[in-house]
Write a protein that binds this ligand. Sequence first.
Ligand code: ADP
Ligand code: GLC
Length: 495
Amino acid sequence: MNILFASSEAHPLIKTGGLADVSGSLPRAILGLHHDIRVIIPAYREILKHAQQLTLAAYLDLEGVRLPVRILSGRLPGGNVKLYLVDSPPHFDRAGKPYTTSSGSPWLDNAERFTVFCRAIHALAVNDAGLDWQPDIVHCNDWQTGLVPVMLRETSAAPASIFTIHNLAYQGLFDWKTFQSLKLPDDWWSIDALEFHDKFSFIKGGLIFADWLTTVSPTYADEICTPEFGCGLEGLLTLRKQSLTGILNGADYTVWNPGRDLHIPVQYNLRSLFHKIENKRDLQEHFALPVDNAVPLFTVISRLVEQKGIDLILEILPDLVKQNAQLVVLGSGDSQLEAALQQASARHPEHIGIHIGYDEVLAHRVEAGADIFLMPSLFEPCGLNQIYSLRYGTVPVVRRTGGLADTIVDTTPETLADKTATGFCFHQASATALWSAVERALAHYRKPDSWAQIMDTGMRQDFSWKRSAQQYVELYTRIIAQHKYGQILESNVIQ
Ligand code: ADP
Ligand code: GLC
């Protein structure tokens, strides 16, 4: 199959979160299954600065764009996946982050930027770019690619489309004036199309018009059909439930493997677990915490946003300190959450270390050095860090929601006895519930035998992409066949 994989970020070229991890590794796994998958992302300045061996593949004249848009072609680093970059300098060649300025305010022209991106994806998909290649299916990811399925629906003999929801809370909503300025067909502003509570919704393009929908864990696939998690789109998603599949994300163990990780001071694996202590010492020194192997070291690596339950962590900090535990936080995001964490660290420098910012290398050192990983998310489509933590023997404490529920097995007398326990789960989104899971974790931490068993079971878990990539391939095959069949039926009706 020929597959065009469209995403607004891909590791290691550009990353703001887990979407980049997925876009950097799933295509490689699918290429490994012998399908011609190609990734398309915007040519942000950050990428142009570092990307190597790019060639000019095409010029596109796109509606509503004054200058021609260049399609640059290269390879996604770390593998052999072919890469297309959408190079429209007025939209993507600027200092700052993919969706925001350096200080975190959304770019005012985001709607225009990602409409251009979608138009370029569409041009490649329908073979308007003059490349000697055309996909059988376009795999779109998140709202930034949401217009592609609508554009494809309006083109005859277009390839099939699949839309993956990585996070329903980000919908790409813009006002009427912005919609008008994009020069899109007027009838797209309709409740049956992309209008959503008097706003123009990019994500609805994917949710309504893609041939198939997926999301990144089976539990989240069920959750988003309920008012609690559906962000107002639960009705629409329930209608499409027959074409909605939850496929769990995989981990890239070439990047996240303590046995081979060159970012950490001392590599270790199941047989040399004693080396983890040296990584713990490195982390305690780095954050100027007392160096003591007996003290339980908790960590958080996260975007600091409401979704991640950072409030709950702030609430349990006094109790953590009372228990003489340590906490290291690596994250950035909401300025109030950043400030609250910084204040807590200033108040308890012997217990709480904080690094505000995005630091890939430090993320690896933190995974390797910590004992316990906290992820009390209010909702979590999949979550990757708890999966990485398992491999690093850093026992996760998670809220039982979305992908967290699908990846972590709570420690109970039964799961200890049958050796399936890998972490600690709690249900209620409250500090009390989080604290009782933390207390359970601390009780086991003090029993070296059961702690060693939980770490051991976690480190043996295999969340590599193999199974999920196979599931995507099976789905692509089915959707392409259905799409072609649908087109044949339609053309018969027209005749
Ligand atoms: P989300 O995509 O919602 O942010 P995920 O758990 O799926 O959550 O993915 C987060 C990814 O971003 C992980 O690879 C994690 O290591 C990384 N990450 C998050 N915050 C930071 C940070 N401050 N520094 C380095 N890496 C980070
Ligand atoms: C989103 C979700 C996260 C998921 C990631 C990759 O950012 O918040 O749970 O792991 O996408 O699919």
